[in-house]
Design a protein around this ligand. Structure first.
Ligand code: FE
Length: 143
């Protein structure tokens, strides 16, 4: 699913295997390394992805799948825990064959080419709690 190298303490460079789903691979890596919190940065190429947009007025999620080859021009995210499991919050910007970009909250994306990521893990417990006003799972810093 992935290969990695720890380049400094708690800081990993990852190369995900072709055709894997990015959030799945990242969740597996967080479980393997028992990462409690951290940040993610990366780039790569994908053949299909589903983005999510939250309409704050209706508090409804609108999901859209793009089945086309795209370059990940930026993937950024954070790691926390919810209900004892890794909770990834990922956002993506991806460029199309006409060089225009689309982006959003990333639900899933399948690699078609390569995906190179940097994961920095923190030795701190960060959770998530549902927020009534926004309908989001916000950071929870209490132990
Ligand atoms: Fe988001």
């Amino acid at each position: 699913m992935y290969q990695y190298k720890e380049v400094k303490p708690s800081c990993y460079v990852l190369s995900l295997d072709n055709h894997v789903e990015i959030s799945e691979a990242l969740s597996a890596f967080c479980l393997e390394k028992d990462i409690k919190s951290g940040t993610i940065a990366g780039l790569g190429a994908i053949g299909e992805a589903t983005f999510r947009f939250l309409n704050p007025a209706t508090r409804r999620y609108v999901d859209k799948t793009f089945a086309e080859q795209m370059e990940i021009t930026n993937l950024t995210g954070n790691i926390s825990r919810k209900d004892g499991k890794p909770y990834l919050h990922l956002h993506i910007t991806a460029s199309r064959s006409d060089y225009s970009c689309i982006g959003g909250h990333l639900l899933c994306a399948r690699i078609n080419g390569a995906c190179e990521l940097l994961v920095e893990a923190y030795d701190a417990q960060i959770g998530r709690r549902p927020d009534e006003e926004t309908g989001l799972n916000l950071y929870e810093f209490q132990p």
